[in-house]
Design a protein around this ligand. Sequence first.
Ligand code: GDP
Ligand code: MG
Length: 168
Amino acid sequence: MKPVFALVGRPNVGKSTLFNRLTKSRDALVADFPGLTRDRKYGQGVLGTDNNEIERDYLVIDTGGLSGDDAGIDEYMANQTWLAVDEANTVLFMVDGREGLTPADHLVADRLRKAGKTVYLVVNKTDAVDPEQAKAEFYQLGFKDVFAIAAAHGRGVTSMIEKLLEKF
Ligand code: GDP
Ligand code: MG
């Protein structure tokens, strides 16, 4: 089975930043305001060996984001996100380690549980905080595997991908 990772989470948690890092593209728009990626976006990720050979490849899907409330202006984005979840075999549920746990994160967590996919919790933006401490409060969302990364700087990203790919 080819690994297909969907990046899911509230707007602005760093999904497109991680997508760009994994696919080494500048395609996914990254911005300080939410909602720029409205459709889902596909990219190819590669895990290299020490001598720059391709060891594994996988697909990444960037999404516009979920606010927890699927109605109204967010409805289109939310629908696109759930389509991405359907297409994926693994969901990377991203949250913002600087901002901390929000009510919307709880709503997204509940919906993701019902989707019946393998979900890993990814606490992003842990560049200026202690990663272990940043992760702690997010365990209450109920996901067993929690990674701390800083997508903007790349910290924790490769080791996370290596661990995820071991499952395939
Ligand atoms: P998206 O809406 O989830 O796709 O979020 P973006 O990827 O567009 O990022 C939103 C903002 O968070 C941008 O200003 C990014 O530069 C910033 N950001 C993303 N990853 C990190 C990180 O690891 N650390 C910090 N400090 N900022 C980040
Ligand atoms: Mg985005």
